[in-house]
Structures are given as structure tokens and as C-alpha cells.
Ligand binder design. Structure first.
Ligand SMILES: [Zn+2]
Length: 242
């Protein structure tokens, strides 16, 4: 479940994926905390009509501007049936769309709830995956940067931004906190891709899209062009690795 990967090595190298011999204490700590936050919603799967009201909203449609660009509301405990439905919808949408993370504002719900995981597929696209993380729900999440560890610049896209992708500067390490759906407080430290993912998703609950983190000097552009550029980068890294 927990993979320790060497830093600064190209992605896509099978030999690196074999390196499971040493575990980073921080990764183990963070992953253990996160594993305790896995939640099993006892609700039945939502039907098609119920899911439709939770369709993904995009910034390109003007009516979604408020929900995507204003801070969301805190969730109160114990969760209401409506809150539990939102969590169920996030999980179902998440599984269906093969995402790394999803925040409630992205399905038109102005609440501070996120779901995320770090799956094996991330190993193919990211150089800085330090541990795999199972599906996790965090409520009222927040983060603080650990600025001393610096920042890195890497690709980001978003299901709520159809037109643009780019490379965003993010803190390499953050401390984060939030609550499980049962109201239990969760605290941890995240590194590398997990730190990026949490910053992106928690930003959604603060009404911040990755596009507002793009600086003029960052690589950015229309989605199709950026997908090609990213694919090219991955191929080049793989070629160096072989
Ligand atoms: Zn997003």
C-alpha cells in the first residue's frame, strides 16, 4: 500500500516502482492518518436523477462563477442527510470520472468537503509521489505551507476549468487538517504530489481555482495544446529512463 519512491527520478521507470524497501517515516505517518479517515458511507448509491443534480460545474459557464470563486460554507456536525448525500455524490462522481480529487463546489455544492486519493496511475504522471493514499473524505479542510521546504512547478488541470491547463507553483510540503464524516479531527503532513493535490482541492473550498495561481511566467495554454506538451514531456522522460 505504501510505496517509497526515490525523488527526482523520471516518471514511468519500472525499476523505480520496484523500490519498496525503505519507508519514509513521514509518509507512513501521513498515510496511517489518512487510512483512518477512509469512510464507508452506508447510503445506497444515488440514482441517475439524484446524480444529475450533482453534475460537475465549470467556470466557463457564467452561472457557476459564485460557487467556484467564493469561499464555501463550513459543514456542521453531526452531518445532515443532505450532507451525506453530497459525500456520496462526490464519491460516485470521483470513481466514475477517474479523478485524483474533487471538491463539493465542483458539483455545485457550496460546502467545504473534498475527496481525494493517490492511486497507482499517479506514478505514471508524477515524479514526486511518495505514498499511495486510499479514497479519503475530508470535511472543513485547511492547510498551511511549510515554506522552508520550497516549492515546485508541475502540471495541473481541473474538471471545473475546461479551457486551460498549466504548470502551477505549489509548496512541496504542507500541514493540513480537517474532519472525518464522523466528526473526528484529522491532522497530517503531506509531501510532493499529495501536498499539491490537497492544496488544489482545499483551494476549491476557498473559492480559488488553479488558474489564479498561474503566474505569467508559468507554462500555460489551451487544454489540447497543453495535453500534447505534457505527453511529449512524459515520453522524453521515459526515453531518458530506458
Ligand atoms: Zn480542480
Amino acid at each position: 500500500m505504501i510505496l517509497k519512491l526515490a525523488r527526482n527520478k523520471p516518471v514511468g521507470c519500472k525499476k523505480h516502482l520496484k523500490d519498496k524497501s525503505s519507508y519514509c517515516a513521514l509518509c507512513v505517518f501521513s498515510s496511517l492518518i489518512l487510512m483512518f479517515t477512509i469512510t464507508s458511507c452506508t447510503h445506497q448509491a444515488l440514482d441517475k436523477n439524484e446524480m444529475k443534480k450533482f453534475d460537475i460545474v465549470t467556470i466557463e459557464a457564467l452561472e457557476n462563477k459564485d460557487v467556484l470563486t467564493k469561499p464555501a460554507r463550513d459543514v456542521e456536525f453531526p452531518l445532515s442527510t443532505a450532507d451525506q448525500e453530497v459525500i456520496q455524490a462526490l464519491k460516485e462522481k470521483f470513481a466514475h470520472e477517474n479523478m485524483a480529487g474533487l471538491a463539493a463546489p465542483q458539483i455545485g455544492v457550496h460546502l467545504r468537503i473534498i475527496v481525494f486519493h493517490v492511486d497507482k496511475i499517479a506514478l505514471e504522471f508524477r515524479e514526486d509521489v511518495e505514498a499511495l493514499v486510499p479514497l479519503t473524505v475530508l470535511i472543513n479542510p485547511s492547510y498551511e505551507s511549510i515554506a522552508a521546504n520550497g516549492t515546485n512547478n508541475d502540471w495541473e488541470g481541473c474538471f471545473s476549468v475546461e479551457s486551460i491547463r498549466g504548470k502551477v507553483d505549489r509548496y512541496k510540503t504542507i500541514s493540513y487538517q480537517g474532519f472525518t464524516p464522523e466528526g473526528k479531527e484529522v491532522k497530517g503532513v503531506a509531501n510532493g504530489f499529495l501536498a499539491r493535490l490537497l492544496q488544489h482541492e482545499i483551494d476549491h473550498t476557498n473559492g480559488i481555482l488553479f488558474t489564479s495561481r498561474l503566474k505569467p511566467e508559468n507554462v500555460q495554454g489551451p487544454t489540447e495544446e497543453m495535453i500534447k506538451l505534457r505527453k511529449q514531456e512524459i515520453e522524453e522522460r521515459k526515453a531518458k529512463c530506458d
